[in-house]
Design a protein around this ligand. Structure first.
Ligand code: FAD
Length: 351
């Protein structure tokens, strides 16, 4: 059996999105000197957008990266330590401490762990999508819809999110097109009915059995048009050589990819932290304190990693502050081990 030193930290936060950074600001101010691990996407999803127009306090809007950098500065000012690191495994040990392993094999123990590791929007992987992400291609209609007022817009997807986004975008769009690769939508009847009403009014055009093949445009001029494939049998992309598949170009000024998010929770799978069937963390919720507690004492969840509905910067920040307060209240009852203390701990067989 190998042994190695493991550094102990009072609190570790996974993620430097809005939830993690807000938690870090609050935890720093509560003298919990959190170690905040950046993950693969320092700053989180908001760094993908150049204009955040709905974050309170910035009437002229603010760039996503600038907002994140200001929050990082604020967190560090209150004693948070930001570091690179991707959490790969978390385990609650029998002694009550939480073991946190990183993908580079660094190991920490901590008394309180806040999972603020967000969710990643799923994308299609079609040509033009990556290049134009933030320049007319978006995964967030609530965030970006208003920038394309008066344009024709395409929504890709057939679930609740796609229906909701299409419905929302009719406020701004000339026509909203929905491309769904099958005949039937997966969405709830409520959303299908709302969309059908708008389709009857001519605000939405539904394109069933249709898939996006390519987005054309440039970062300078935005989206110019898209190429779509259609086949009455569904899944046209898988049947491009089929004589029943036709490809068409459609002029649109924006594309919203609404095919779901994947919460970043793999590293919690070996714990008793509860998740829903898609991997979103379940927290206590409800009224009063402890709303961000998970089923494992000392592990808290905040932001998009918990919330599959609102998924906004301001709601993520709100949950981040709650998690730091909940964690601080939890820590009050635990004896303090000096942060940075190294213990020699078995690399395997901890339990
Ligand atoms: C293009 C786009 C535009 C948007 N515009 C707006 C807007 O204008 N207004 C608005 O309110 N909202 C907007 N949103 C939504 C908003 O960005 C999210 O709701 C918010 O960022 C969620 O914050 P979060 O901290 O929960 O998660 P995220 O922002 O997803 O951050 C997650 C963090 O966790 C880290 N992480 C992941 N896995 C690990 C791991 N294993 N170990 C350690 N760290 C890890 C990541 O690296 C990242 O730092 C937009 C989203 C997108 C995609």
């Amino acid at each position: 059996m190998t042994t190695e030193p493991v550094e102990h930290r009072r609190m570790i936060i996974a993620g430097t999105g809005i939830a993690g950074l807000t938690a870090a600001i609050y935890a720093g101010r509560s003298n919990n000197a959190p170690l905040v691990l950046e993950g693969d996407e320092p700053g989180g999803q908001l760094t993908l957008t150049s204009d955040v127009a709905n974050y309170p306090g910035f009437p002229d809007g603010i760039g996503g990266p600038e907002l994140v950098n200001r929050m990082k500065e604020q967190a560090e000012q209150f004693g948070a330590e930001l570091d690179h690191g991707v959490v790969s495994h978390v385990e609650k040990r029998n002694d009550g401490r939480i073991l946190v392993e990183l993908s580079d094999d660094t190991r920490y123990t901590t008394d309180a762990f806040i999972a603020a590791s967000g969710a990643s929007a799923r994308t299609l992987g079609v040509p033009g999508e990556d290049e134009l992400m933030g320049y007319g291609v978006s995964t967030c209609a609530t965030c970006d819809g208003a920038f394309f007022r008066g344009e024709d817009m395409l929504v890709v997807g057939g679930g609740d999110a796609a229906m909701e986004e299409a419905n929302f975008l009719t406020k701004f769009a000339d026509t909203v097109y929905i491309a769904h690769r099958r005949e039937n939508f997966r969405a709830e009847d409520y959303w299908i009915d709302r969309v059908q009403e708008k389709a009857d009014d001519g605000e939405i055009e539904i394109m069933r059995n249709t898939e996006l093949l390519e987005v054309h445009g440039s970062p300078e001029d935005g989206v110019d048009h898209v190429t779509l494939a259609r086949n009455d049998e569904g899944y046209p992309k898988d049947n491009l050589d089929d004589p029943g598949t036709e490809t068409v170009d459609l002029d649109v000024g924006a594309v919203f990819v609404a095919i779901g998010h994947t919460p970043n929770t793999d590293y919690l799978e070996g714990t008793d932290v509860e998740m829903d069937e898609t991997g979103y963390l379940k927290t206590a919720g409800g009224d009063g304190g402890g709303q961000t507690e998970t089923a494992v004492e000392g592990i808290f969840g905040a932001g998009d990693v918990v919330d599959h509905h609102y998924q906004q910067a301001v709601t993520a920040g709100g949950m981040g502050s709650k998690a730091a307060i909940d964690a601080d209240e939890y820590l009050e009852d635990l004896p303090e081990v000096e942060a940075g203390t190294a213990e020699t701990q078995a690399a395997e067989g901890d339990d």
